[in-house]
Design a binder for this molecule. Structure first.
Ligand code: GDP
Length: 459
């Protein structure tokens, strides 16, 4: 496929001391290189061994033993890259793993670029671009839903949908073109009408995929969440309870600006990125500053607002202000301090605003499960079954789908304006190309390189 088949090598495991380190080699010389540096009990060379076997021995640099290793042999095309591949499992020290990499380079491999193994897998037709991108999404997934959706993408969920749509487009384009070439035998009379139906159906299919993109982003990145409420309502207490659920995976995500941090909290597969701005977190500020742009701005950008009401005190003007602010947002209302006697009139609150309401006690940690299931219901329509659902989680795919949709809209217009048939094919082919960029069939080398350069080293 017109790329160099030189043999690449990289460390595929993390660069910290650990149990096992893996150095991977891929390319034409992978077997001849390992023959030069491996010594085992068997007199047979590894290049003479069967594919998909594991061998115990030593990595040698001449007379010097570098490490005791297991070597895995995978002959192309039955490997990740589609090329001859050798994996050396060594002891997982940073120094020793590097030393093995240096040795394979000394004997003829060259250091791989980030993502180069996956790039080769793509160029060798082992997977399409959407699947290669899924590999990275699996590596960076932070919750069950993100993982599931990425694994499905790797298995071809996006690939199959796109292929289906492209085949229909290609069929009709080919038909029109042959009719135009051979008008005596193939008639396009009335063809516009039937094509219109097809084009509308395709638009709907693409729109359905685009509609998953918001959910897709939430699945991949987590639900952008802001907690609001008047002072002493129990916002910090709630935060502590939520964080306490899964202390180990509370991480800080740098936001767009240095002063906005997000804490990522996992609630049974629901991933919340709770925005932790000074304005929102500092409770004595929230009342005075509820109208302040920053708090509003954050609330505006949020996918979810958690409004904490102190149910042991009557609603006041701050509550009313908050209610107005969240009226058009996805929000849940938590009636906190349910362990105390309730003063807030729930019915009256319900007439003010219609949002899911949950009694909780941050102090006694009750109601948290109801919150979790309400969030699942709101964002994932209950428990997602991923069997045949396709989620668009990649912004590149979203853009390409939107482009394809606008090309198909042009086809629709051309048909409705009774333009000549060759007008249809131009836009049909544009849609075909846009969709092909998702699977990587119609994109240039530069873009391919750019996509794979974002991958990690050794992948
Ligand atoms: P914030 O100002 O909204 O962040 O509120 P805090 O989380 O600091 O809580 C204010 C006060 O209410 C503290 O004294 C908490 O101990 C108390 N508090 C918070 N949640 C509850 C609850 O569920 N029940 C009771 N009884 N007290 C609570």
């Amino acid at each position: 496929m017109g790329f160099k088949t030189d043999t690449i090598a990289a460390i595929s495991t993390a660069m910290t001391n650990s149990g096992i380190g893996i150095v991977r080699l891929s390319g034409e010389d992978a077997f001849s290189i390992i023959d030069k540096i491996y010594k085992g009990k068997s007199p047979k060379l590894l290049s003479e061994q069967k594919s998909h076997t594991i061998h115990y021995g030593y990595i040698m640099d001449g007379e010097q033993t570098i490490d005791e290793v297991l070597v895995l042999l995978m002959r192309g095309p039955h490997s990740y890259t589609g090329e001859d591949t050798v994996e050396i499992d060594c002891h997982g020290g940073v120094f020793v793993t590097r030393k093995i990499l240096e040795t394979v380079i000394k004997y003829g491999a060259r250091p791989a670029e980030p993502g180069e193994f996956s790039k080769r897998a793509f160029l060798n037709g082992r997977m399409d671009l959407s699947q290669a991108e899924a590999v990275i999404d699996i590596i960076s997934s932070k919750n069950d839903y993100a993982l599931q959706s990425s694994v499905n993408q790797l298995k071809g969920s996006v690939h199959n949908k796109i292929k289906e749509i492209r085949e229909v487009i290609l069929y009709h384009t080919a038909f029109i073109e042959s009719a135009l070439d051979d008008p005596e035998h193939i008639s396009v009379d009335g063809y516009g009408d039937s094509l219109l139906g097809v084009v509308k159906d395709l638009q709907q299919k693409i729109q359905c995929l685009l509609d998953t993109a918001d959910d897709g982003r939430i699945i991949k990145e987590g639900i952008k969440t802001v907690i609001v409420g008047k002072p002493n309502a129990g916002k910090s207490s709630l935060m502590n309870v939520l964080v306490g659920e899964e202390k180990a995976i509370v991480t800080e995500i740098a936001g767009t600006t240095r002063d906005v941090l997000e804490e990522n909290i996992q609630l049974q597969g629901v991933s919340l990125n709770i925005m932790d701005t000074a304005g929102i977190r500092d409770t004595s500020d929230i009342v005075e500053k509820i109208g302040v742009d920053k708090a509003k701005e954050n609330a505006e950008k949020a996918d979810l607002i958690i409004y904490v009401v102190d149910a042991s005190r009557p609603l006041d003007e701050n509550d009313h202000e908050i209610i107005e602010m969240i009226r058009d947002k996805k929000a849940v209302i938590l009636l906190n301090k349910s362990d105390l006697s309730t003063v807030v009139d729930k019915k009256a609150l319900e007439t003010l605003i219609t949002k899911p309401m949950i009694d909780i006690s941050a102090k006694e940690e009750t109601g948290i499960h109801e919150l979790e299931s309400t969030l699942k219901e709101m964002f994932y329509h209950g428990d997602i079954s991923f069997n045949d659902e396709v989620y668009i989680t990649n912004i590149r795919h979203k853009t390409a789908l939107a482009d394809a949709l606008s090309s198909l809209k042009k086809v629709e217009e051309s048909i409705e304006n009774q333009m000549p048939e060759d007008f249809f094919t131009i836009d049909l082919m544009d849609a075909y190309e846009s969709l092909g960029s998702i699977t990587g069939e119609t994109i240039g080398e530069d873009l391919v390189n750019e996509i794979f350069s974002k991958f990690c080293m050794g992948k």
